[in-house]
Design a protein around this ligand. Structure first.
Ligand SMILES: [Zn+2]
Ligand SMILES: [Zn+2]
Length: 1001
């Protein structure tokens, strides 16, 4: 190494990620693993999209951890949001669907001073990233009105700390306004100023060709690499005093300093890699290049031609597709690994769109067979060290799932192309119809017939003869328009939306058929769909918590006594929310001091034995008694968690309830027993499914009600009857083994290490997770089932009695649902089935053992009879042959048979036409058969002998006839078929044939 050279280390993406985490570990931070891409407990969020998501409750003070400094590399997905339309990804330097956010977090520990010092040290110190200081800029919050009447000034504090780091004063910029440098969790809650570090990529990075622009120009030259958020304030709604009839909306917003301010930072790994690897585009880093090369290889471009391919970019093709694939396969691999499956709704819909976009781009650069599933392995090799879940045995199925989607999409394109053709034709015909109606309204009464008879050219000629040249020319022009005017985009949007046909495909397909598409109405249809999707997403989620509960939860948690029994005494009423009753409509949804007899509301107790709905287990019902337990004071219809840790009982008051009163609480114990049997049954079914179908089976939702249990799980095929029988047998074997269920509380780490299953979408506290174990001394690990679960369970497995699966079905692509009954429910199920069998037997007048054989015989007989009837009908039809052959009429020297026949199906009609054609040797045959239905229907078939097809086209003839009977049809020149609705018009349609033919012969 010569002295003149400055040695700059070459950083791989993996090294950058690891160095970041190691740096913060050396500063006393706990390294916390990335949370799932499927956020739990935050229904407002489609996918995890920032490092702070998993710490939201910690920042809100609702959850405590045993550390107050943390650092993470968080996997994130943003797709289809306001700022990241899928269509952009691949065509810019820095848009991604999947990306990694590096972050450090302080939970009421250090604040601005340390956060800024850490960031600057990591970024610039030669021992760490060692980025050239002369390329860096810092920003601070420059002041804005952050809530009504609350104006904050420049964050001089932060500026001071940057200067302390020897950042030159002219490199620290105060950016005013709320958009850039102010962060808020929502309308209420933590908020505060931000500070950012920017890197100057140089003029070559400017997307607007700026040669010498100054910071903070947003042309692309200056790239934000790190955002430090200082959670300094709490925005709260000031509550009015109970009893005051103030509307919720008039609660005032207030800004309070947080007693323990927090730090949340985010450094984008992809852009930092671009900086440290000295490239302009994130896609030129080692995070993406290997993926693009592999894509080039698989799609037939060849990895060796990859560089050249990049040059095509200037011509606007090629490399962009490779970038799309590289980005999308990362999102695809991680989302499926986290349990999302391609489907038509919610998260699965977004995943499907991402996958299909990648697959079509593969097609654009030449892929002719599935390739994306192969790329999953490349992602796994690149990122498996940082994200071990990619190498989990359960993730082994990801390539299969991707391949299945690739095949399904190929079918979709086939089917979609057919549908698209139909739409194009239909739109053109609708427009032609309008023109024909116009002609009729001008007194040209036979316009439809003329078109059917003569085709487009004939029609125009006829119009010219009847109305003059000018009219004919206008018609020519309008007619061309009808077929060439752009197809309304909202007509083809459903193909994009439901068949998943890509826009490019639709455009090419239409162009090949000399159609264009009006994309503006396509866009508005898409916007409408987005609004609907957004609404349905919110609709599926819980409503935002009543602010009253958020307030109560700040100081108080309900003690959950339902694990220990179903009745307890001396519970204190902590709060009452009024819901309805006599005449206090103004108080609805608001805290009140008392609830009178007959009124309904929600009651918070200091502790309770009523199980609150969660983890798929339905809530208990029950009653509140007065302290002496002699009188019911309220009926409890359910309970839920409005915010974490707080239980709200839904009640109807029987006596006056007041805040501060003491009550005894009793849950309906018999009902709870039924629910518990089903809940423990769910755990058994889950374990059996994994034993028999494989460990890829993941819980996708469950419901445990008194009547039955329902278990949804990911699995790609249907579960066949033998497998179901095995599952049922294994579960019942376990029930008979009758071990005692164990419940422990441990740390999440220990629980997972011991083999406990966690529901993939769930967010668990780090400590005090409940682990429910069904021990089994026969199993290698000493248990049959072990799950993280907050529900209530039977004492011994044998308490379930028996478990019977009653149904297995698909609920979404790749998601199956099993329903089962237990105990008394199972007995009832058997009894009902047995009763049904005995009823069938007595109807058949045989013994129960003979039912199956008897039904088989009956079905066979029915089939025979049907066949005979069909044959008879056809014979009857052929019986009419001679009579019909005698009804030949001559039109311009050609033999023609046009007749109505009775009691003949289509097949019979076809045979008749064929036979008559043969009999005539040369001629035209058209037969129609009415069918009274319901619904009433007309079948029409026309046949023309080969020697006449040049003059008489059977297809055209049948079209003309079809129109008269309100139907449609078509076919070859020698044979054509049609169907219609108007049975009354059949006679006149048939009698119009000679005059029709006269025009042609
Ligand atoms: Zn610029
Ligand atoms: Zn459970």
């Amino acid at each position: 190494m010569t002295g003149a050279q400055t040695q700059t280390k070459s950083w791989t993406g993996n090294e950058i990620r690891e160095t970041f985490l190691r740096f913060f570990e050396s500063k006393g931070h706990r390294r916390v693993r990335s949370s799932s891409l499927v956020p739990h407990g935050d229904p407002t969020l489609l996918f995890t999209n920032a490092g702070m998501n998993q710490f939201k409750d910690v920042f809100l003070g609702l959850e405590k951890r045993d550390y107050n400094r943390a650092t993470t590399a968080q996997k994130c997905v943003r797709a289809g949001g306001k700022h990241n339309d899928l269509e952009n990804v691949g065509f810019t330097k820095r848009h991604h669907t999947f990306f990694e956010m590096l972050g450090n977090f302080s939970f009421g520990d250090y604040f601005k001073k340390e956060a800024i010092a850490y960031a600057w040290e990591l970024v610039t110190s030669p021992e760490w990233f060692g980025i050239d200081k002369s390329k860096l800029y810092a920003t601070v919050f420059g002041g804005a009105e952050v809530s009504p009447g609350n104006k904050l000034g420049v964050d001089e504090e932060a500026r001071g700390f940057w200067l302390e780091q020897d950042v030159p004063a002219d490199r620290v910029f105060a950016i005013p306004g709320l958009k850039e440098n102010f962060w808020a969790m929502g309308d209420t809650g933590p908020c505060g100023p931000c500070s950012e570090i920017f890197y100057d990529m140089g003029p070559a990075a400017s997307e607007e060709g700026h040669a010498d622009c100054k910071f903070p120009c947003d042309c692309g030259r200056y790239v934000e690499i790190w955002n430090l958020v200082f959670m300094q304030y709490n925005r709260v709604m000031e509550m009015s005093v109970p009893g005051d009839a103030v509307n919720l909306r008039r609660y005032a917003e207030k800004l309070e300093p947080l007693p323990k301010p927090c730090v949340d930072t985010g450094m984008g790994l992809e852009r930092t890699a671009a900086v440290l690897q000295g490239v302009l585009s994130n896609y030129d880093t080692d995070l993406f290049v290997p993926l693009m090369k592999r894509a080039a290889e698989l799609c037939g471009i060849g990895a060796e031609n990859f560089k050249e391919e990049e040059k095509y970019e200037e011509e606007g093709s090629g490399a962009a597709s490779l970038r799309v694939i590289a980005d999308h396969v990362r999102a695809t691999t991680f989302l499926i690994t986290d349990g999302v499956l391609p489907s038509n709704e919610g998260r699965g819909y977004v995943l499907r769109k991402i996958m299909r976009r990648a697959i079509s781009h593969g097609g654009l650069v030449g892929a002719t067979k599935p390739f994306l599933y192969e790329m999953v392995r490349t992602v796994r090799n690149l990122m498996g060290d940082a994200y071990p879940e990619l190498r989990d045995p359960a993730a082994a199925r990801v390539p299969d799932i991707v391949m299945a989607e690739e095949k399904r999409f190929a079918n979709t394109l086939d089917r979609g192309a057919n549908e698209l053709q139909t739409v194009l034709t239909r739109v053109a015909l609708e427009r032609a119809n309008v023109l024909l109606k116009e002609l009729e309204s001008e007194g040209l009464n036979n316009a439809f017939d003329k078109f059917a008879d003569l085709g487009t050219d004939g029609l125009i000629e006829w119009v010219g003869q009847s109305r003059g040249r000018e009219r004919a020319e206008r018609l020519t022009h309008d007619w061309r328009d009808a077929f060439e005017k752009p197809i309304p985009g909202d007509r083809v949007f459903p193909l994009y939306d439901t068949y998943g046909l890509p826009r490019d495909f639709i455009e090419d397909f239409a162009r090949d058929r000399s159609h264009t598409v009006d994309w503006s109405s396509f866009e508005s249809a898409m916007e409408e769909q987005r609004t609907r999707a957004r609404a349905s997403w919110k609709g599926g989620a819980k409503e935002a918590a009543n602010p009253a509960y958020t307030k109560i939860a700040e100081t108080f948690k309900t003690e959950a006594d339902f694990y220990y029994g179903t009745s307890t005494k001396d519970c204190r009423i902590e709060a009452i929310i009024y819901l309805g009753g006599a005449n206090r409509a103004d108080a609805k949804g608001r805290p009140v001091n008392e609830l009178k007899a007959g009124e309904s509301g929600e009651v918070v107790l200091d502790r309770t034995v009523i199980y609150a709905e969660s983890g798929g287990q339905m809530a208990d019902t029950g009653v509140f008694y007065d302290p002496s337990e002699s009188q019911v004071v309220a009926e409890v219809t359910g309970a839920y968690y409005p915010v974490a840790g707080l239980i709200a009982h839904k009640v109807v008051a029987k006596e006056t309830l007041r805040v501060g009163d003491r009550v005894a609480v009793a849950a309906d114990a018999a009902r709870r027993d039924l629910i518990m049997r089903n809940h423990t049954g769910t755990h058994l079914v889950h374990a059996a499914l994994r034993n028999i179908l494989g460990t890829h089976v993941k819980q996708a939702g469950s419901l445990n009600s008194p009547e039955r249990l329902r278990f949804d799980f990911s699995h790609f095929a249907h579960v066949d009857p033998e497998e179901l029988r095995d599952i049922e047998q294994q579960v019942n074997d376990e029930i008979r083994f009758n071990t005692q269920i164990e419940t422990n509380v441990s740390s999440l780490e220990d629980a997972l290490a011991s083999g406990a299953l966690a529901f993939f979408g769930d967010k668990y506290p780090e400590h005090n997770v409940r682990v429910v174990t069904i021990p089994d001394s026969r199993a290698p690990r000493g248990f049959y089932s072990k799950e993280l679960c907050g529900g209530t369970h039977v004492h011994r497995v044998g308490d379930i009695g028996v478990l019977k699966i009653v149904s297995e079905q698909s609920v979404a692509a790749g998601v199956r649902r099993i329903e089962a009954v237990t105990g008394v429910g199972a007995l009832e199920h058997y009894q009902q089935r047995a009763q049904m069998l005995s009823q069938v037997a007595s109807k058949l007048n045989v013994g129960e053992d003979a039912v199956l054989a008897t039904v088989e015989k009956l079905a066979e007989t029915a089939k025979q009879l049907e066949k005979q009837m069909g044959e008879q009908r056809r014979k009857g039809a052929l019986g009419q042959l001679e009579e019909l052959a005698g009804r030949v009429q001559m039109v311009k020297g050609v033999k023609v048979i046009a007749a109505e026949v009775q009691n003949v199906d289509r097949e019979g009609l076809r045979q008749l036409v064929d036979s008559l054609r043969q009999k005539l040797g040369s001629g035209v045959v058209a037969l129609g058969a009415p069918n009274e239905g319901p619904p009433p229907r007309v079948d029409l078939i026309a046949g023309v002998t080969k020697d006449l097809t040049a003059k008489v086209h059977a297809g055209k003839l049948i079209q003309a006839l079809a129109q008269k009977v309100g139907g449609s049809g078509g076919g070859r020149p020698d044979l054509a078929e049609a169907g219609g609705k108007d049975t009354l018009a059949l006679k006149s349609a048939l009698s119009s044939i000679p005059s029709l033919l006269e025009g042609w012969l």
